[in-house]
Design a protein around this ligand. Sequence first.
Ligand code: NAD
Ligand code: APR
Length: 233
Amino acid sequence: MPQRIVILTGAGISAESGVDTFRDKGGIWSRYDYRQVATPEGFVADPALVHDFYNQRRSALAGIAPNPAHYALARLEAEHSGPVTLVTQNIDELHERAGSKNLIHMHGELAKALCSRCGSRHEWRGALSTEVPCPACAEAGCLRPDVVWFGEMPYHMERIYEALGDCDLFLAVGTSGSVYPAAQFVQEASRAGAHTVELNLEPSETFSDFDEAIHGPASRVVPDYVEQLLKGR
Ligand code: NAD
Ligand code: APR
């Protein structure tokens, strides 16, 4: 039974909770140009468009719920004897609501606002706009979604690489392996001697980097895999 487990999740784990993925058929990036709504340059060019893009997704948070895959990962953390570190690329809060505690949001969180002037962060469930003043510095026009955009550095990378360098088992769930550095985590884990498993609807761009691949909907394959793991498979 592996002792130290690191899990990476992507948009696919939330798909069955009704959250659109990015690169599947009809995904977010087929309806929006990521350069306009998920880059610092896009925010400078048209902050209202970017705020609208994230306001729509933030308001949808109230209508979604964790699915069996989220709950299975929370169960693994609760019942496994060793450390389980969950790194998510997702900006929704479904892992928290399913009960996961040792959780790292490497791309930030939709329900948070960041002030680009004073650096303060705030829980935020309503709409953001250039008119809304920062609760800390009272300036308007400096609040942005606390989300990591293309071209920006992801959050908590030191903590992530520390966990990857010391793990025995690495699981990637619901990610296409098309965005770096997350797409390279499997290689980091392999270098540390970990057994690596991809659990995804279909083969990802990096599926050949994994020791094992289990393909199918996360709400089925993840609970099954966790059950077997906890039974000491
Ligand atoms: P990247 O290289 O990490 O990812 C860019 C990816 O976007 C590429 O793999 C490419 O396949 C994909 N892409 C290219 N054209 C696209 C299109 N038209 N529509 C959608 N996707 C397209 O990007 P980067 O600029 O090097 O990112 C740097 C950092 O930003 C990364 O480390 C990543 O963690 C972070 N990031 C955050 C978000 C976000 O929305 N939170 C999105 C991407 C990257
Ligand atoms: N069960 C399991 N996997 C699924 C399911 C499902 N029900 N539905 C879709 N998938 C898989 C798809 O096959 C795809 O490989 O989830 C993956 C989703 O890939 P993307 O849409 O590219 O999402 P993700 O990998 O999280 O994107 C990484 O790119 O745009 C940025 O910041 C954004 O964090 C995101 C990053």
